[in-house]
Design a protein around this ligand. Structure first.
Ligand SMILES: Cc1cc2nc3c(=O)[nH]c(=O)nc-3n(C[C@H](O)[C@H](O)[C@H](O)COP(=O)(O)O)c2cc1C
Length: 336
């Protein structure tokens, strides 16, 4: 489904001349509860204010909608296809494949350390591959806090589509890994999002963090108008685009390997909804919950203990996962 925005009131933050050619931006996203949509809105708002940019917004629309809140078994039954990057069928795209966009903003959430299936479907579709070919891309991730492996998959799919990844911007929950391992599944499985028991914070992103995403749109607009998307260089450096938690690098790698093995087992049990698969999903769900309260806290504690010994290797890996935009903040003072 496509929404077009152009010729909005001109927020004249930089000189814009009449001779400027119209820039075209496509924003592609899928958001279940609307949280990622809020992030997208804040990110793109400064760009929408320019009379020299036309923004098309493509909301990915699965043929079979996902439930919310998720029934327990349905939630875990979703995971094999998600980790094996099986595209889910989507309603037809609204964008025109003959349009040459100056920039595509690909906004996605993470499901089981992978991009959510509608985003995978876009990346693997014929239309997606055509529109992405040779085009500058910014990935924008909003999730709990485990996104490294998902971005690896997305990077790979973008490379296959011959797209040019210029930046990656990530916004995550502020709560600790252990607390959000409780609050996020609770939100997804019951729809309850508010803080509880005094120790658990409200699930999801903070409103002020979402509002602050406009710093990227503000920096993006002049770069877009200057034609910087033609260069293969990040546009959003110095704005704290990403933060990589070194303690999660190893956990994510390990969890992804386990997901792939379990995913294959699930698929052998039958298609989604098959009684044997439901049983496997139930066992896996219980296994995951047990892991969350036992093995994961021990692993996080152990990794914190041995962190000093692994410091140089971890720093190298952090720099790798922070690319291309990085975690530096040298442009934060420019902000109004
Ligand atoms: C099935 C499912 C699996 C998820 N897995 C992860 C995950 O592996 N890592 C993570 O950081 N967040 C995970 N999340 C949270 C989402 O990334 C996201 O924050 C949340 O679904 C809200 O996004 P929305 O805008 O689509 O509503 C998961 C959510 C769902 C529904």
């Amino acid at each position: 489904m496509l929404f077009c925005y152009s010729f909005r009131s001109s927020g004249k933050q930089i000189p814009e001349t009449k001779e400027m050619t119209m820039k075209r931006v496509l924003v592609v996203y899928f958001s279940q509860t609307g949280q990622l949509k809020q992030v997208v809105d804040a990110f793109i708002r400064p760009v929408l204010e320019s009379v020299h940019v036309r923004v098309d917004i493509e909301r990915l629309d699965p043929l079979i909608p996902y439930p919310f809140p998720w029934p327990f078994i349905r939630f875990f039954d979703q995971f094999p296809e998600t980790v094996h990057l099986c595209p889910t069928p989507l309603h037809p795209f609204g964008f025109d494949i003959d349009t040459k966009y100056d920039l595509i903003v690909l906004a996605y959430t993470v499901w089981f350390l992978s991009p959510s299936p509608p985003v995978t479907a876009f990346l693997k579709s014929r239309e997606g591959q055509i529109i992405l070919r040779g085009t500058a891309v910014i990935t924008l991730i909003a999730c709990r806090n485990m996104w490294l492996q998902a971005q690896e998959q997305v990077r790979h799919l973008l490379l296959q589509a011959d797209a040019r990844l210029l930046d990656n911007v990530v916004i995550t929950d502020r709560g600790s890994t252990l607390k959000t391992l409780v609050t996020t599944p609770r939100w997804m499985l019951t729809g309850k999002r508010e803080a509880f028991w005094r120790i658990f914070p409200r699930a999801g992103l903070r409103d002020e963090d979402i509002a602050d995403m406009q710093r990227f749109g503000k920096a993006l607009l002049p770069a877009l108008l200057r034609g910087d998307t033609e260069r293969n260089h990040p546009l959003l450096e110095g704005l704290k685009a990403v933060y990589v938690d070194p303690r999660l690098i190893g956990s994510e790698k390990l969890a992804r390997r386990s997901f792939l093995i379990w995913g294959t087992l699930f698929q052998q049990a039958g298609p989604q909804g098959h009684p044997l698969r439901k049983l496997t999903a139930l066992s896996y769900g219980i296994f995951m919950l047990l892991m969350v309260v036992t093995v994961i806290p021990v692993m996080i504690g152990f990794r914190s203990l041995i962190k000093p010994m692994r410091q140089p290797a971890l720093e190298k890996q952090c720099r790798y996962f922070e690319a291309p935009s990085g975690s530096s903040d040298f442009r934060m003072k420019e902000r109004s």
